[in-house]
Design a protein around this ligand. Structure first.
Ligand code: GLA
Length: 379
């Protein structure tokens, strides 16, 4: 059963009528450009065909009632009296309501059921998908215009200030603005996007290591602080503004760790722009090489990979038909991403899964992905 049917039928059972609307917002996989977003740099993610769906109808009393089918939990809150209650997933819904109201949107309440198939905690942005699906739900009942960058910024604000995770803008932006069949080069300084097609006859394969990050917020925040310190050292607003030439000439006064952190971000920015150019040329080999180099930089300079991710990337890179592979997302655990010859995708998936299982003694999940569109109204 499709998730659209699933949420529609569940709404019917829960509320005794058909839903007035169904909205969906996708998770994402980042092809390249990691930890560059909060350095005002470039990222190159695509929205995936795994998403969060909400079936809903308007309520006249200013309340929001949501039932999560995956967790079998419900939440109820009043738009006039929002309170943080440490309710897990429900705080993403409340946080978006809070951020929208803070920005001056007049919100109408709604009731609905929510379900998704974005693996949680895997680095595929299940939380951004909840945020943007929620924003779409409010937009469709309240009737304000849909502005993807503005909605992305409010989703990020909800996550930063309501949930308390200090993430950048990439995940919300691609979930809001993704394009079917394309990845988006996003300039995280001004949120300008350029859509780029996958090279002909290639597919993107997500390789889930079956490891999950634990408490890594502190590692994420530490990386952010190191990047900000490096930008200050160079006397520039962000590492985005530091060229590789400037880095090579002047990095000598940085401590060794900060120097490596900065080198990752500066080189990753250049790789990301080059990757978008390779995609425009249809150059799968060039794109794959940049992905491989990105992994080395994350592993050695930024130090956000992990043993399972390194095994998975090696398993993928050894397989015929693989143009390149790297860990993807915030890091430490979760997923790798590979660019693969389309005709070899099934064999690739089976062989990499078996090899990883043998080497890591963990059972991976493999998804051959399609680039989907960003947050949308389906019904
Ligand atoms: C997480 C954050 C993003 C980005 C990535 C790393 O997914 O939410 O903003 O910083 O990590 O590229």
């Amino acid at each position: 059963m499709s998730l659209q049917t699933h949420v529609t039928q569940a709404f019917q059972i829960h509320f005794g009528a058909a839903p007035a609307f169904v909205v969906r917002a996708p998770g994402r996989v980042n092809l390249i450009g990691e930890h560059t977003d909060y350095n005002d740099g470039f990222v190159l993610p695509m929205a995936i065909d795994h998403a969060v769906w909400i079936a809903l109808r308007l309520r006249q009393d200013g309340q929001v009632h949501v039932h999560s089918l995956d967790l079998d939990r419900s939440t109820t809150f009043d738009l006039a009296a929002l309170r943080y209650q440490d309710e897990g997933w429900a705080e993403y819904v409340k946080g978006v309501a809070w951020a929208l109201q803070e920005a001056g949107y007049a919100l109408i309440g709604w009731e609905g059921v929510l379900a998704g198939d974005v693996p949680r905690g895997a680095g595929l942005s299940s939380s951004a998908a909840v945020e943007l699906a929620t924003a779409r739900a409010f937009q469709v009942v309240s009737g304000f215009p849909w502005d993807p960058p503005a909605m992305a910024r409010l989703g990020q604000k909800a996550e930063n200030q309501w949930v308390g995770m200090n993430c950048g803008i990439m995940d919300q932006m691609i979930s809001a603005a993704g394009e079917a069949g394309h990845a988006l080069l996003i300039d995280c300084r001004n949120l300008e996007t350029t859509s780029v097609p996958l090279p002909p006859d290639t597919v993107v394969v997500i390789l889930d290591t079956a490891t999950r990050r634990g408490l890594v917020d502190s590692a994420y925040n530490e990386r952010r602080a190191q990047c900000e310190a490096a930008a200050r050292y160079f006397g520039l607003p962000a590492l985005r503004d530091v060229s590789m030439e400037r880095f090579v000439a002047d990095a000598g006064g940085l401590d060794e760790v900060t120097m490596r952190r900065a080198r990752h971000v500066i080189s990753e920015n250049a790789r990301t722009v080059a990757a978008a150019e390779a995609m425009q040329r249809g150059d799968a080999v060039g794109l794959g090489r940049l992905m491989d180099a990105s992994h080395v930089s994350m592993r050695d300079d930024f130090e956000i990979s992990g043993p399972a991710l390194n095994i998975m990337v090696a398993c993928a890179q050894e397989e015929p038909g693989c143009f390149g592979a790297r860990m993807t997302g915030g890091g430490f655990a979760g997923c790798a991403v590979a660019l693969v010859q389309a005709s070899m995708a099934e064999e690739f998936a089976a062989n990499v899964a078996a090899r990883y299982q043998a080497r890591a003694d963990l059972t991976p999940a493999v998804y051959v992905c399609e680039a989907s569109e960003g947050a949308s109204i389906v019904l």
